[in-house]
Write a protein of this length. Structure first.
Length: 62
């Protein structure tokens, strides 16, 4: 797994935890944390996909 994808997953997990805590305390700022979790999740998928495509053999292009 690429390092940037791993960092994005860590940020996603921390953002989800922050959203849970925010909503448990009755604060609607958790919406921002949910949006950040979604963004970092998409970034993680992007970096994993990019690493898989770059590791694919060049023979499949023709």
């Amino acid at each position: 797994m690429p390092r940037l994808a791993l960092y994005a997953l860590v940020v996603c997990a921390l953002a989800v935890a922050a959203a849970v805590v925010s909503f448990a305390q009755g604060s609607f700022i958790g919406i921002v944390w949910v949006l950040l979790a979604g963004l970092s999740s998409n970034m993680a998928w992007f970096y994993v996909k990019r690493a898989r495509l770059s590791a694919a053999p060049a023979d499949s292009e023709s």
